[in-house]
Design a protein around this ligand. Structure first.
Ligand code: ZN
Length: 186
């Protein structure tokens, strides 16, 4: 059984920046398999290691039937184009909000064997890569909403069945918010 429980908003692991992978070993490949299996089981477009409680810079993606993973990603944006569209998160079930992202991204990183890989994505793939890389920095899509939309989302979260008042979630303002449209670089 490699499908693992997904950590929910309020769990401190989701707010902890993840560490770079150093050893491209069997354990890493096990993690990639767990991420991929859990993501596919949950019907998600992506899943980052902190969502399984693992503080490593790894995520899996599943966009337009392209399933893959990226280790130690770094993002570059080839242009200024933006997109706005609905975004959700497997760690914040049932909550969706329009979230601004860059339209095009070039992600550099490694596969599970340590080979360098480059992922050029636009639209939904670019959105996914930005969302998952945010997870590795302890950032959630809620942080990227404007204050009114964030307030509305928090209200919906407090009313959600999974919400645990003993572990209240924290929303923080994006650390990149003041950096303008180029601020999504992680
Ligand atoms: Zn997410």
């Amino acid at each position: 059984m490699t499908v693992q429980p997904i950590r929910l908003f309020g769990d401190p692991v989701l707010r902890t920046p993840a560490e770079p992978v150093v050893d491209f070993d069997k354990q890493l490949r096990r993690l990639v398999k767990d991420l991929t299996d859990t993501m596919l089981d949950a019907g998600g477009a992506g899943l980052a290691a902190p969502q399984l409680g693992v503080g490593l810079r790894v995520f899996a993606f599943n966009v337009d039937e392209v399933v893959g993973h990226l280790v130690n990603p770094s993002l570059e944006f080839p242009d200024e184009e933006e997109q706005d569209g609905e975004e959700g998160c497997l760690s914040i079930p049932g909550i969706y909000a329009d979230t601004k992202r860059r339209m095009n991204v070039v992600a550099s990183g490694f596969n599970e064997y340590g080979d360098p890989v480059r992922l050029v994505g636009s639209g939904l793939m670019a959105r996914c890569v930005q969302h998952e890389t945010d997870h590795l920095d302890g950032v959630l899509f809620l942080d990227r909403l404007d204050p009114a939309a964030r307030k509305e989302a928090m209200k919906a979260i407090r009313a959600a069945e999974w919400y645990d008042p003993a572990r209240p979630p924290t929303v923080k303002v994006s650390p990149h918010a003041s950096a303008g449209p180029l601020g999504l670089v992680s």
